[in-house]
Ligand binder design. Structure first.
Ligand SMILES: [Zn+2]
Length: 290
């Protein structure tokens, strides 16, 4: 299977769990905890992309996409707030969506399997770092005596890469170009976003769009891609958008969550940072705290 056929996952959105009533009297508790414990195993296919339907399974707890041909995981994975375990190993991923880190920090994600993949390595000579959040000469976690502190479990922000900025048409800006840092979207950005959310948009035939001006055609195609990937939202302010205006890599060590929670980092343990790609909706949405 190279793609997930349309409609295949849709019935799972309406899956309900029936109450198990063993003996009367029926108490109200019988009807509690009726959310299904949904696990989805799509491992060992030849998937090149994931459709938006997957991200509508809001009760999904376990997702395995191991051993496919995925080059990126859409940021819409952020919608799966009940996800506890995800396996993305043996794919073609150079980086991970920052939204996975969001699910670790704000959601329920406890078991992250992402290696092996051709992930960017922080030690590679070509890797550009704009700011180190820990001393760069030793990729070690903090040293402590006695019982491990609570922070020994938490993801550690190791470094942040340089920010790439784009204009409203998606073209990369030169670092010396001056642009307005307003976070207010233009009318065109608002229109594109509403297009990307409209099911009517899917019905416009390609032949009809072929007559549109080249720029409009490119923007509408981008909106259609965003719709197919489940939508996008800013990793800083969470506003929806079609074309990112900023992009950067953050390096975080998540070793305590990799392959399941086992124990806190040992004192002096080497950090193994993972590259998470972040997008901002406006030139004003850039890394904070650096
Ligand atoms: Zn934003």
């Amino acid at each position: 299977m190279r793609t997930i056929p349309p409609g295949l996952l849709r019935p799972l959105q309406h899956l309900t769990k029936l109450p198990t009533i063993k003996e009367p009297p029926i108490s109200e508790e019988v009807y509690s905890s009726l959310e299904p414990f949904l696990r989805l195993f799509l491992a060992g296919n030849a998937l090149h992309s994931i459709t938006s339907e997957l991200f509508e399974l809001d009760t999904l707890r376990v997702l395995s996409l191991r051993n496919n041909k995925l080059t990126q995981i859409p940021p819409a994975i952020r919608k799966l707030t009940m996800l506890q375990e995800v396996n993305l190993s043996v794919n073609r991923l150079h980086h991970l969506p920052w939204e996975l880190l969001f699910l670790i920090k704000k959601g329920d994600l406890k078991h992250l399997t992402v290696r092996p993949n051709p992930l960017l390595q922080i030690e590679d000579p070509g890797t550009d770092i704009a700011h180190w959040h820990i001393p760069s000469d030793e990729l070690k976690s903090c040293i402590y005596d006695g019982p491990a502190p609570e922070e020994a479990w938490a993801p550690v922000h190791v470094a942040t890469g340089p920010v790439t900025r784009y204009n409203a048409e998606g073209v990369t800006l030169d670092p010396t170009d001056s642009v307005s840092e307003t976070r207010v979207p233009s009318l065109r950005e608002v229109s594109l976003l509403s297009f990307s959310r409209s099911s009517y948009f899917d019905l416009i035939p390609d032949e009809e769009m072929a007559d549109y001006p080249a720029l409009m055609l490119r923007l509408l195609r981008a909106a259609r891609e965003v719709r197919a990937a489940g939508g996008r939202s800013c990793s800083v302010c969470h506003r929806g958008f079609v074309l990112a205006r900023t992009e950067w890599i953050e390096w975080w060590d998540c070793s305590t969550y990799e392959n399941g929670l086992k124990g806190p980092r040992a004192s002096g343990e080497l950090l193994r940072p993972l590259p998470f790609r972040r997008f901002g909706c406006s030139v004003g949405c850039v890394p904070g705290g650096i």
